[in-house]
Design a protein around this ligand. Structure first.
Ligand code: FES
Length: 100
């Protein structure tokens, strides 16, 4: 899914960070970035890996990193929703509408 209002960044752009939402799984972060905890301390990422997999299911024993627990708990993405009208650049989906 591509937002036509956000210009595409060439894959070869230096210092580009890409975050891929994996189907029924983690957030796969590729690029040069620093991970900071709630107190401002750096969280050291696994060494020697070209990317970092962050948990989004909430069940990893190694948070914020994914340890594969999403598979054993059966984590599933929510159903696809159409992109929201982007008025502030955040792409927040609209609130659900109660059935009539
Ligand atoms: S997304 Fe993999 S353990 Fe949570």
């Amino acid at each position: 899914m591509t937002n036509p209002e956000i210009p595409a960044t060439p894959p070869s752009a230096p210092n580009r960070v890409e975050i891929k939402v994996r189907k029924n799984g983690s957030l796969l972060v590729t690029g040069d970035f620093t991970l900071i905890d709630h107190e401002g301390r750096e969280i050291v990422r696994p060494v020697g890996k070209p990317n970092t997999s962050l948990c989004r299911c909430g069940h990893s024993a190694k948070k914020p990193f994914c340890d594969g627990a999403h598979r054993s708990v059966g984590f599933c993405d929510p159903p696809d929703t159409p992109p929201a009208a982007d008025t502030h650049g955040g792409g927040t989906p609209p609130a659900p509408v109660a059935p009539a």
